[in-house]
Design a protein around this ligand. Structure first.
Ligand SMILES: O=C(O)[C@H](O)COP(=O)(O)O
Length: 292
C-alpha cells in the first residue's frame, strides 16, 4: 500500500512552483506567489486509564501500565484520529503513554507501523537501524522523552487520593494538584514540570511542526496541561481549571507560528467533532480513495 504523501519540507517557508505540485497536502497559502506556508497537525493525547488511575492512587513518575479499559480507550482514540496525517510520535518514558500511542496507531488508516526509537546508547541505536527505505517509509517513528513524563508527585506517589484529602484537607490537596507554582511535598509543581515538558516541546517538537511534519504527543495529565497552557497562552489562574480526560485526543493546527485548537472529540465518532482544515480533508479523501 502506498502511503499518502506526507510533507517533506526543509523549513517553515519554501519557495516552490505550485503549478507543478501534484501533492494536495503540500500546499496552503499562495501569497505572496510561490511562497509555501506550512500548516501541520498536532495531536495531544493523555494516556488511557492506568491501573493506578483505577485505584485512585497518586501516580506521578511511577511506571504503571494501562487497565483493560485504558487499552480500549487508546484503541477508540486511534479510531478518532485515523484520518489525521502523522509523521512523528512522541511519548513520555512511561509505559502508559507508550501503550496508548502504539495502540492508537494500530487504528490509523495509512497502516504504518509504529517503531519505538532506541537511542539510550550508541549500540542500541545502531542495533535498531532499519536498512530498507520502504520499511522506513511505512513506519511511524515513536520517540520517547523523559521530559514528557507526568509531574513527579513526590511523597504523594502511591497514596490514595481520597485518603490524602482526608489527612491534609481538600483545599490543600487541590492546591497541590492544580495550582501552578505550589509543589506537593518533595514533588514538582506544574511550573517545574513545565520547564522540562514545554522546554522539550519548544526544542524538539515545535521545529518538526515548523518544518511541515505532523506530530502526535502521548503524555500525561500534567505534562500536557503545561504544554496546553503554552499553546493556548493560558495564565497560571486559567490553567487551574484545565482538566484532561484519559484517552481523549485533542487536535491543534500549527500555522504561521500559532496553534489553533480544532476540536476535542467527545462523541462516539470523528464526524462533527473535528473541524478538518482543507488540507486535512484532502488527506482523508486520499485515504478514502486508496481504500476503495
Ligand atoms: O499522577 C497522577 O496521579 C495522575 O496521572 C494525574 O494526577 P492528577 O489527577 O492530580 O492530575
Amino acid at each position: 500500500m502506498i502511503s499518502p504523501g506526507f510533507h517533506d519540507f526543509n523549513g517553515p517557508l519554501q519557495l516552490c512552483n505550485h503549478a507543478n505540485d501534484s501533492n494536495p497536502h503540500n500546499i496552503y497559502a499562495f501569497s505572496p506567489p510561490f511562497v509555501r506556508r506550512v500548516e501541520t497537525a498536532l495531536i495531544l493525547i493523555r494516556h488511557g486509564e492506568s491501573m493506578w488511575n483505577e485505584k485512585n492512587l497518586f501516580t506521578g513518575s511511577v511506571d504503571v501500565p494501562l487497565t483493560r479499559r485504558g487499552v480500549e480507550e487508546a484503541i477508540e482514540a486511534g479510531k478518532r484520529i485515523c484520518n489525521i496525517p502523522l509523521d512523528f510520535v512522541y511519548t513520555s518514558a512511561l509505559i502508559r503513554s507508550q501503550m496508548t500511542a502504539v495502540l492508537a496507531l494500530t487504528q490509523h488508516r495509512c497502516k504504518k507501523v509504529p517503531i519505538i526509537m532506541h537511542d539510550c546508547s550508541k549500540q542500541a541505536e545502531a542495533w535498531s537501524q532499519i536498512y530498507s527505505d520502504e520499511a522506513k517509509k511505512q513506519s511511524f517513528p515513536v520517540i520517547r522523552a523523559w521530559q514528557l513524563n507526568e509531574r513527579m508527585y513526590g511523597e504523594l506517589q502511591g497514596w490514595d487520593k481520597q485518603e490524602i484529602s482526608k489527612r491534609y484537607g481538600k483545599e490543600q490537596v487541590h492546591e497541590w494538584r492544580r495550582s501552578y507554582d505550589i509543589p506537593p511535598p518533595e514533588g514538582e509543581s506544574l511550573e517545574m514540570c513545565s520547564q522540562r515538558a514545554v522546554g522539550y516541546f519548544k526544542e524538539h517538537i515545535e521545529p518538526q511542526l515548523q518544518s511541515g511534519k505532523h506530530v502526535m504527543v502521548a503524555a500525561h495529565a500534567n505534562s500536557l496541561r503545561c504544554i496546553i497552557m503554552y499553546l493556548e497562552k493560558l495564565t497560571s489562574c486559567e490553567v487551574i481549571n484545565l482538566e484532561l480526560s484519559t484517552g481523549v485526543p485533542l487536535l491543534y493546527i500549527y500555522k504561521e507560528g500559532s496553534f489553533m485548537k480544532r476540536g476535542s472529540p467527545v462523541g462516539p465518532s470523528e464526524a462533527g467533532v473535528y473541524a478538518l482544515t482543507k488540507s486535512l480533508a484532502l488527506y482523508r479523501q486520499e485515504l478514502d480513495e486508496m481504500s476503495c
